[in-house]
Design a protein around this ligand. Sequence first.
Ligand SMILES: O=P(O)(O)OC[C@H]1O[C@H](OP(=O)(O)OP(=O)(O)O)[C@H](O)[C@@H]1O
Ligand SMILES: Nc1ncnc2[nH]cnc12
Ligand SMILES: [Mg+2]
Length: 185
Amino acid sequence: MSEIQTLAEELRGCLKKFPNFPLEGILFEDFLPIFADPKHFQKLIDAFKLHLGDRKIDYIVGLESRGFLFGPALALAVGAGFIPVRKPGKLPGPVYVAEFQKEYGSDKFEMQQGVVPKGANVVIVDDILATGGSATGAYELVEEKSGGKVVEFLFVMELDFLKGRDKLKAPVFTLLSGQPEKLGS
Ligand SMILES: O=P(O)(O)OC[C@H]1O[C@H](OP(=O)(O)OP(=O)(O)O)[C@H](O)[C@@H]1O
Ligand SMILES: Nc1ncnc2[nH]cnc12
Ligand SMILES: [Mg+2]
């Protein structure tokens, strides 16, 4: 087993599952226990850092809300800047807007104009890849609106049955796979 896989399996032991939250038919994967223990939090950052290796990353873009929990720590660890993608109405000044569909509803994301320089190497991070809607919205903000280059998407976990990675237009790395089938099927 590689060092990254060993770290990932240790982190898998921290995850909690909540059936039928926030809606009937959704098996909610709770990754918050990782942050309650600094040893586990460190393992999460180490695993992503090992994966990124010595690639030149200019910015980590984290998606509100759960991408904010580890995006800034990863950015510091790899010597990159951190840029937030936020839900509507939270960012001051001119913003780009992207609308997208998620596993349970539709949503919008915003990013401040001018924060991603044209051609900058960007890694987009979030906790879960479900349908891929949120990640698609973030890609649109970074690559299509700002002119940055999305070198990779990083997720802690991927919900396999939703096949979100098939929608994404840049390479995808997930530490953990999960949920081969929808809850109850
Ligand atoms: O691949 P998708 O279908 O887009 O789903 C994944 C997204 O859904 C959740 O965010 P959500 O906006 O529900 O909540 P949060 O504010 O707690 O991050 C999760 O944190 C991912 O960002
Ligand atoms: N099943 C799930 N568990 C946790 N977060 C999610 N975001 C979208 N689907 C999710
Ligand atoms: Mg989220």
